[in-house]
Design a protein around this ligand. Structure first.
Ligand SMILES: C[S@@+](CC[C@H](N)C(=O)[O-])C[C@H]1O[C@@H](n2cnc3c(N)ncnc32)[C@H](O)[C@@H]1O
Length: 287
């Protein structure tokens, strides 16, 4: 189907409005590729009809279908490696101490004592990687002083209902599982039926999946000690990024950590965060 500049403009404005993704002039091919099947499903004969239908009368279902089709869900277990080494080596031991301290408070919160947010969690590999690291950490530390993996809760949020459905199922192909996991991790934390690898309950039970659109207010998710937000902000414009990072700042506990993707930074908000370099990666600590 042909996509005129005019219809591309209408569609990219709509996409920006519903999920914040800012598409440059060079992304016409992407809209054509990803939205043509949606236009066909809608019974539209061309993009002009589809763009009209979207701008005048898209319902929740069509809106969701467009979000699911236009978002890029690329991810893998232990993606980029270094941020997870930093989490394991520099942050997790601190979380352990924080949990111990919170456990001794007379009127402390019930349930998990520390919380991590995986923002833009896609199909679940990032939050499950965190759960694997946490489970490994507690298996290998002799003296945990009563701290257990489920003292840490992981909230994994994404706007794509299709990505979330896969994440909740926790089922991966041999190819997906082969990207980033060692044989030992596979054997310890997954079962498999033929070529499908299934995350064990021990890993799943730390993670709660939520459908969240980060261009709307999301502070209702609560307070966190660590926020991973990797490879999502790159799709947004500067003002959207700043708004999101300001909310992260509000939600982080004092001294909490924000971890971004390898090519992302915190855009002039350095006065509120202190960069911490370790394991060839950077985390931003809330001042
Ligand atoms: C490239 S993936 C990153 C996955 C993972 N964080 C990683 O680095 O491997 C980006 C994710 O951001 C999600 N996303 C994009 N816009 C969003 C929005 N407005 N609210 C919530 N999630 C969004 C997409 O659905 C996608 O799953």
């Amino acid at each position: 189907m042909e996509l005129s500049v005019h219809d591309f403009d209408l569609l990219r404005k709509y996409i920006h409005q519903i999920c914040g993704i800012a598409l440059g002039d060079d992304k016409q091919y992407l809209v054509r590729q990803r939205l043509e099947p949606v236009a066909v499903e809608q019974g539209c004969k061309d993009f002009a009809e589809f763009a009209h239908c979207v701008s005048c009368c898209a319902d929740g279902r069509l809106r969701d279908r467009i979000i699911t089709s236009i978002t890029t869900n690329e991810t893998s277990f232990f993606r980029d490696g270094h941020p997870f080494s930093l989490f394991r080596g520099a942050i997790l031991p601190k979380l352990h101490r924080i949990i111990l301290e919170r456990k001794t408070r007379p009127f402390g919160r019930r349930g998990a004592k520390a919380a991590i947010l995986s923002a833009g969690a896609s199909t679940g590999q990032e939050p499950y990687t965190l759960s694997i690291i946490i489970n490994d950490f507690f298996r290998h530390h002799q003296s945990n002083e009563g701290v257990i993996p489920s003292d840490i809760a992981i909230v994994a949020a994404d706007v794509s209902s299709r990505a979330l459905a896969k994440a909740v199922a926790g089922e991966y192909s041999a190819l997906e599982i082969g990207r980033g996991l060692s044989d030992l991790q596979k054997a310890t934390y997954f079962t498999h039926e033929g070529n499908t690898w299934i995350v064990k309950d021990q890993i799943k039970k730390l993670v709660e999946f939520r459908r969240v659109n980060f261009i709307e207010s999301f502070t209702f998710l609560g307070a966190f000690d660590v926020i991973f937000c990797r490879n999502m902000l790159i799709y947004f414009d500067q003002s959207t990024r700043t708004r999101i990072i300001e909310q992260f700042h509000r939600m982080l506990s004092d001294g909490g950590y924000l971890i971004l993707g390898a090519t992302e930074n915190i855009f002039g908000l350095y006065d509120r965060f202190e960069p911490i370099r370790a394991e060839r990666s950077t985390a931003y600590r809330k001042k």
